[in-house]
Design a protein around this ligand. Structure first.
Ligand code: E4P
Ligand code: PEP
Length: 477
């Protein structure tokens, strides 16, 4: 790929005649790929063609950054405000993005639901909301099993468009490293749209009514939103009347994030920032480590401990307080606020018991972390029809548990991490539309886990806004 004028050359070793299995990197602080793999990297694709992997990695190493290090630092600053209890994170998007889903309509719909939710949370709870999409890179999935069996035929599991194809054929399920280059290109196209929508007028707060179009407008939650939008409109008119600069309402900051799973991709996009000489993973503003890859001596923790982006770690019900402390010390040795977010995903039935010991120990050690709640991944079950689903009530119950625990401990419930879509899909049961297990087949489009649809997402925003408002101004008896 052509190098952009003035851009620092990627930090890679110059070509050698006898190539190692992986192109080596000379950045001293970042282990090379072979060393990372030798640490025992979980959930990695088994590529049949090593030379093709090397070629894809080489290509990615010379590709321009998708985000700038300075933007990652800005997000870190915003998350530091969350750590101080002054802001709330809304992180959401698809479980698994697909290449076919990279269209202007899809990206706009995802942004629209995030903007609507953020406006509800901000207005109802008077708290700044940091908007982070599971977007522009969320293409790789960890799986419980390496294989999938359908009608007696067993094939490798689908691991996201970054790795193999969703079609249930032998050929499609073979991991193809060229897909990593496709991830880069599709992420670039998505980010381009995100930047255009969020700075070009679509995200202007004065458009608050127009985000509420189509099927949502006529739903009860859509009507509730209309009322809130009218109040916001009046407030904006008032602010303009007293001289506020209307340009202040014109743009929204939406940051990108994904699970840093496939080492070849994240390593190739780790670059030295020309301002600071520090390494950043320029594939997204924020990256996180999943529940299945957070081994303290594992490759993912090692790689992410070296980069300077804000990072997240998923913590499930098996996490001990000592695990949390070890992760915090390794991933945030300087105890920098905003650097580390713990994304808890216990399940509604476990959060009230499981979360307090973690928070208590982290607090006692004086560690600076943002706590956010993923109420999706601990609440998945299979409906009798075979669809993976989640119940809206369980999801809300887990969020309520998260707020209750923080209220009891006097700590700040810093945010939400949700799998959602801007479309009218039928993947999670319940909510105001009372979707039942029989409805799931109507429009089930997720290629991995079930997402809240737009109405359910907006309903969640109103319910969480009430919890957040109570957290901001606790009742005194
Ligand atoms: O999104 C998360 C995981 O990839 C997903 O929950 C794994 O699902 P599985 O248990 O069907 O592999
Ligand atoms: C795989 C995911 O979650 P977890 O690591 O918590 O299972 C995810 O968020 O896509």
């Amino acid at each position: 790929m052509a190098r952009v004028r003035g851009q620092r050359p990627p930090v890679t070793e110059s070509r050698v005649t006898t190539r190692p299995a992986y192109p080596r990197q000379v950045t001293p602080s970042i282990p090379d790929l072979a060393s990372l793999h030798s640490m025992g990297a979980a959930q990695q694709p088994t590529y049949p063609d090593r030379a093709a992997v090397d070629a894809a990695v080489e290509r990615l190493r010379t590709a321009p950054p998708l985000v700038f290090a300075g933007e990652c630092d800005e997000l870190k600053e915003k998350i530091a405000a969350v750590v101080r209890g002054e802001a709330f994170i809304l992180q959401g998007g698809d479980c698994a993005e697909t290449f076919a889903g990279v269209t202007a309509d899809n990206v706009r719909n995802k942004l629209r639901v995030l903007l609507q939710m953020a406006v509800v949370l901000t207005y109802a709870a008077s708290v700044p909301v940091v908007k982070v999409g599971r977007i522009a890179g969320q293409y790789a999935k960890p799986r419980s099993s390496d294989f999938e069996t359908r009608n007696g035929v067993t094939l490798p599991a689908y691991r996201g468009d970054a790795v193999n194809g969703y079609d249930f054929t032998e050929e499609s399920r073979i991991p193809d490293p060229q897909r990593l280059v496709d991830v880069y290109n599709n992420s670039a196209a998505t980010l381009n749209l995100v930047r255009a929508f969020t700075t070009g007028g679509y995200a202007d707060l004065r458009q608050v009514h127009t985000w509420n179009t189509d099927f949502v407008r006529s739903s009860p939650v859509g009507r509730r939103y209309e009322k809130l939008a009218s109040e916001i409109e009046r407030a904006l008119t008032f602010m303009q009347a007293i001289g506020a600069d209307p340009d202040e309402f014109h743009r929204a900051d939406v940051h990108s994030s994904h699970e840093a799973l496939v080492l070849e991709y994240e390593h190739a996009l780790t670059r030295i920032d020309s301002r600071t000489q520090e390494p950043y993973d320029v594939s997204a503003h924020m990256v996180w480590i999943g529940e299945r890859t957070r081994q303290i001596d594992g490759a993912h923790v090692e790689l992410l401990s070296k980069i300077k982006n804000p990072i997240g770690v998923k913590l499930g019900p098996s996490t001990t307080p000592d695990d949390a402390i070890a992760l915090a010390r390794k991933l945030n040795p300087e105890n920098e606020p905003g650097r580390l977010t713990f994304i808890t995903r216990f399940g509604a039935s476990k959060i009230r018991e499981g979360l307090p010991p973690l928070i208590e120990k982290v607090q006692a050690e004086g560690l600076q972390v943002a706590w956010i709640c993923d109420p999706m991944h601990g609440n998945t079950f299979e409906a009798s029809s075979g669809y993976k689903t989640r119940s809206f009530d369980d999801v809300i119950d887990e969020v309520q548990g998260f707020f209750d625990v923080h209220a009891a401990l006097g700590t700040w419930p810093g945010g939400l991490h949700v799998e959602l879509t801007g479309d009218d899909v039928t993947e999670c049961v319940g909510g105001g539309e009372e979707l039942s297990a029989d409805d799931l087949s109507n429009r089930y489009e997720s290629v991995c886990d079930p997402r809240l649809n737009r109405v359910q997402s907006l309903e969640m925003a109103f319910l969480v806004a009430e919890m957040l408002s109570a957290a901001r101004c606790p009742k005194t008896d």
